[in-house]
Design a protein around this ligand. Structure first.
Ligand code: T1G
Length: 694
């Protein structure tokens, strides 16, 4: 039973014991009910303490039971809370570390609550696209008031227990031994005559509840346009304010059932699990010993190197930063300082933290200073010859067991590893620009990369707050290999009749943060140009539209040259459709004898997104990615794919692979159709009526 029951001089202690965070799974829920009933029937017991073992009071509903019959099997959490709330003997919730979601709702069903300081208190359900489904929208407003509760429910953000000390949620915030404080409190209230106070019986006091709720609704509807849950949270709280607890509870249930079935909630839960699943590598045991990373070195103090260094400094890990020339080193340090100064100005960083962080950097021009580093990340020019020089040098100076990582975005990590005598210590750590901001980290596993190196880097990624996804070695790994096909389709569509602004608008309406042409103007069209030139050498058979080369030949590299696919005005980053470029596109189509036609937004979205899906399917077939959710995590955290659609592979499942296959078949039969080589797995899964994610 995932619950322990002990007695202490007239007080029964029910301890949730379902590691890792006391998720309220079926056996835990049943154990609580049994414990409460056992205490009712024991005349020596005057009061009951409910608490959690290990690192949480409770992290809420057991997410491992989501979408399984156990999740809704009696006793449901609502039943458990009803049993707790109707106990004749007082129930005291003793909260520490984490009380989230159903865990907090359970505590709200108790008669009294005592908390240790530092506990994370939250109703994060809205982040899963649902709302508190066990009375949270009804009890929390009665415990801490309308405004504070709406803030917590709609944001899902945790609040530290001591910040709620005077909120009416806790009867005590106990800085000392929580168990002792709970037992003492239990003996005190156990001596009192019942009935004991129930949160549900409190009133929600507010001078102008209707006005505040309307204000909240206006605020939330502006920011939550693609997510239904936040507004539903407000509706449920309002129902309780207007119609009383029981009607409010019933309405909350209706909202919960409706939301849990929405594609947005499915996408958010997919991302929640995908984030956790990404850190699990099928053939690397979870208990693989990791190497200690106390000191890091970064080679290259440019945009990437500086951003990479900041990640480690932000986590308190000292960094030796190596450059070849003093002025480059000085520039790199100045950029890092400027970034921190900007954070201080925005109030995101305390002034004293700026100097503390800068003090963690040891600048140097000498490779010899890297000899103590446990991890060395190179972020030098993206050219194999340069990487070779760096890794041969590293092989000479790095201490045995140091992990040697390359930030390469497309080069072959196995070839880089072969420049050393220690390929087992070489790995790719592909950060995304700006490296100190973007959450995605592609961890590229070479054929010789040791398992403990992978385990170490995945653990370190969590420490520097990155979403790490393991990729095998191929050109472009996961993200860039897929974006290649996306851009190919975008360029073909220009040739066939679309214009940059139409393509961007269509895919931005679908939910992408930025369309391909605005993105390219931002990153620099010359970067794609250089990659295409390399591609033409390596894959002469691959059919590309040369329209982007034509643009680059005129020097229109994007924002940095005042013009790219769009025109720009000095000091203004707005992308203005360019008459010159539109005419160039028209002329190009004529030269290519391409009959320009009207292309619908729907075709634009299908060709861009299904190009990602088709290449993602091949990446799965080749084992470059181990699971579809890894590919989705790459696109959600590194490429601006809309979160409410869950990533390209989940979106394909939502559309149905049968429909994806038919759409690809249609495009394969049209001009430039040779780019559509259907991934066999799409046809196979479609025939079985399955999706990528099961
Ligand atoms: N149930 C089961 N396992 C959970 C869990 C949960 N609720 N939350 C986390 N885990 C696992 C997680 O998968 C990982 O497992 C391990 O715990 C450590 O997690 C009715 C319906 C609690 C703050 O949304 O925010 O209640 O990978 O690495 O950084 O209204 O986990 O080690 O095998 O994140 O210390 C609402 C989600 C559910 C809480 C701990 N609850 N969890 O953070 O560790 S819906 C949540 C978190 C609900 C009710 C509704 C965090 C944490 P493994 P971790 P951490």
């Amino acid at each position: 039973m995932a619950v322990d029951y002990t007695t202490h001089d007239g007080v029964a202690v029910i301890t949730l014991n379902n590691p890792p965070v006391n998720g309220l799974g079926l056996s835990t829920r049943a154990g609580i009910v049994d414990g409460i009933e056992r205490a009712q029937n024991d005349p020596s017991i005057k009061a009951i303490v409910l608490t959690g073992a290990g690192k949480a009071f409770s992290g809420g509903a057991d997410i491992t039971e989501f979408n399984t019959p156990k999740a809704t099997q009696e006793p449901t959490l609502a039943t458990v809370i009803k049993v707790v709330e109707s106990s004749a003997k007082p129930v005291i919730a003793a909260i520490h570390s984490v009380a989230m979601g159903g865990g907090l709702e359970l505590a709200l069903g108790a008669h009294y609550r005592i908390a240790a300081p530092g506990a994370q208190i939250a109703l994060p359900e809205v982040k899963l696209g649902i709302l508190p489904g066990a009375g949270g929208t009804q009890r929390l407003p009665r415990a801490i008031g309308l405004e504070a509760s709406l803030n917590m429910i709609v944001s899902g953000a945790p609040v530290l227990s001591e910040k709620l000390a005077d909120s009416g949620l806790f009867d005590e915030v106990a800085p000392g031994d929580l168990a002792e404080a709970a037992l003492a409190f239990a003996r005190k209230v156990g001596a009192k005559e019942g009935p004991h106070p129930r949160v549900r019986d409190r009133q929600i006091e507010h001078p102008n509840a209707a006005g505040f709720i309307q204000f909240a609704r206006n605020t939330v509807s502006a920011m939550a346009k693609n997510f239904p849950a936040p507004l539903k949270c407000i509706d449920a709280v309002e129902a309780g304010v207007q119609n009383g607890f029981d009607k409010g509870l019933a309405f909350e249930r209706e909202c919960f059932i409706a939301l849990v079935q929405t594609p947005e909630s499915h996408a958010l839960r997919h991302a929640f699990f995908g984030e956790r699943a990404a850190s699990k590598i099928p053939d690397v045991p979870a208990d693989t010993p990791v190497r200690d990373i106390a000191q890091v070195a970064v080679i290259g103090a440019g945009t990437m190197g500086g951003g990479i260094a900041m990640n480690f400094i932000n986590a308190g890990i000292p960094v030796t930063l190596l450059e070849t020339k003093q002025d480059a080193l000085d520039r790199g340090l100045a950029t890092i300082r400027k970034n921190y100064e900007a954070s201080v100005k925005k109030g995101k960083l305390k002034p004293e933290a700026l100097d503390q962080r800068m003090a963690l950097i040891t600048p140097t021009l000498s490779y010899d200073d890297l000899k103590h580093a446990d991890l060395i990340v190179e972020a030098v020019f993206e050219e194999l010859g340069v990487k070779e020089q760096v890794f041969r040098r590293l092989d000479e100076v790095a201490k045995p067991g140091a992990i040697l990582a390359s930030n390469t975005s497309t080069l072959d990590v196995d070839r880089i590893a072969a420049f050393t005598k220690r390929p087992q210590d070489v790995v790719g750590m592909h950060f995304f620009s700006p490296a100190n901001v973007m959450k995605l980290l592609e961890v590229v596993r070479g054929k010789d990369t040791a398992k403990d190196v992978l385990a170490t880097v995945m653990k370190l990624a969590k420490k520097i707050r990155k979403t790490a996804v393991v990729s095998g070695v191929c050109d472009g790994f996961i993200g860039n290999r897929m974006i290649e096909q996306y851009i190919r389709q975008a360029l073909f569509m220009l040739e066939e009749g679309a214009l940059p602004a139409q393509v961007d608008k269509a895919i931005e309406k679908f939910g992408f943060a930025m369309g391909p042409f605005r993105m390219s103007d931002l990153a620099g069209n010359d970067i794609g140009w250089a990659i295409r030139k390399r591609r033409y050498q390596e894959h002469p058979d691959m059919h590309y539209s040369k329209i982007a080369d034509r643009l680059c030949e005129t020097g229109r590299f994007g924002q940095k040259t005042g013009g790219g696919w769009y025109d720009y005005k000095a000091g203004d980053r707005t992308a203005y459709p360019s008459k010159v470029v539109d005419e160039m596109i028209g002329a190009f189509s004529k030269e290519a004898n391409a009959e320009r036609r009207k292309i619908s937004d729907e075709e634009i979205v299908e060709r861009l997104v299904f190009a990602l899906v088709n290449e993602g399917a091949k990446i799965l077939e080749e084992g470059i990615a181990s699971k579809a959710s890894d590919i989705d995590m790459v696109y959600l955290t590194g490429y601006g794919f809309p979160l409410y659609r869950g990533g390209p592979m989940l979106y394909a499942d939502t559309v149905g692979l049968y429909n994806v296959e038919r759409a690809i078949g249609r495009y394969a039969a049209r001009p430039n159709g040779d780019a559509w080589q259907l991934a066999p797995s799409i046809a196979k899964l479609a025939a079985q009526g399955r999706g990528f994610n099961g």
